[in-house]
Design a protein around this ligand. Structure first.
Ligand code: ITT
Length: 201
């Protein structure tokens, strides 16, 4: 049970994606940290590198909201497609979606794929951001399965799971195995340590 005093630790997540917020909120709560949501879209640079996108994004977000905050950039990297859609995952999801990915994977035996998540935490524009990364290895399913989660969840079978896609799992089950779960856990643990160092209970 989390007590009220320790919940005075609070972090702000800038994202336009309510699913991402919900997943992160559960993890933060487990560590006694309250997560605030700023539902805004910040400018994202174009880059092949998720860490660069998260680094600059967190600086712009901190400047925009005039407060310390973090952003998270994620993508699905499919081995047989040489890492596609990777940093372009949002655009590809909007255009061809899961059915399009399954069509590209028709007849492909190597179904290995990886979700990557990079969190950028920044206190102010002039401050250099802290970066936290998470990865989830798995395979691309043969068909769309499940109604939970979002994005590519219905076609992703994580390693370490029991044969269900992320979309067939609860938020807590997905968090245990997911790229975002790993990155957010690293951020929250670091934040709790820093705040303890500053004497905030
Ligand atoms: P932000 O406002 O936080 O940027 P977004 O939805 O645009 O929200 P991203 O650019 O990080 O987020 O995500 C790229 C796309 O990758 C996203 O639209 C999803 O389709 C997909 N994606 C990211 N994380 C995912 C996850 O955990 N499960 C399934 N799909 C995911």
């Amino acid at each position: 049970m989390v007590d009220v005093v320790s919940m005075s630790k609070a972090l702000t997540f800038v994202t336009s994606n309510r699913h991402k917020f919900k997943e992160a909120e559960r993890i933060a709560k487990e560590h006694g940290v309250k997560l605030r949501w700023r539902n805004i879209s910040y400018a994202e640079i174009q880059s092949d590198n998720l860490a660069d996108i998260a680094r600059v994004g967190s600086q712009l977000a901190a400047m925009f909201i005039r407060a310390p905050c973090f952003v998270e950039d994620a993508g699905l990297f499919i081995e047989a497609l040489r890492g596609f859609p990777g940093p372009y995952s949002a655009y590809v999801f909007k255009t061809i979606g899961n059915d399009g990915i399954l069509r590209l994977m028709e007849g492909v035996d190597n179904r290995a794929a990886e979700f990557r998540s990079v969190v950028g935490y920044c206190e102010s524009f002039s401050n250099s951001p802290k970066i936290f990364e998470g990865r989830a290895k798995g395979t691309i399913a043969l068909e769309v399965r499940g109604k939970g989660g979002f994005g590519y969840d219905p076609i992703f079978l994580p390693h370490g799971g029991d044969g269900r896609t992320f979309a067939e799992m609860s938020t807590d089950e997905k968090n245990e195995l997911s790229h975002r779960g790993e990155a957010i856990r690293k951020l929250v643990k670091w934040y709790v340590e820093v705040k303890e160092g500053e004497g905030i209970k």
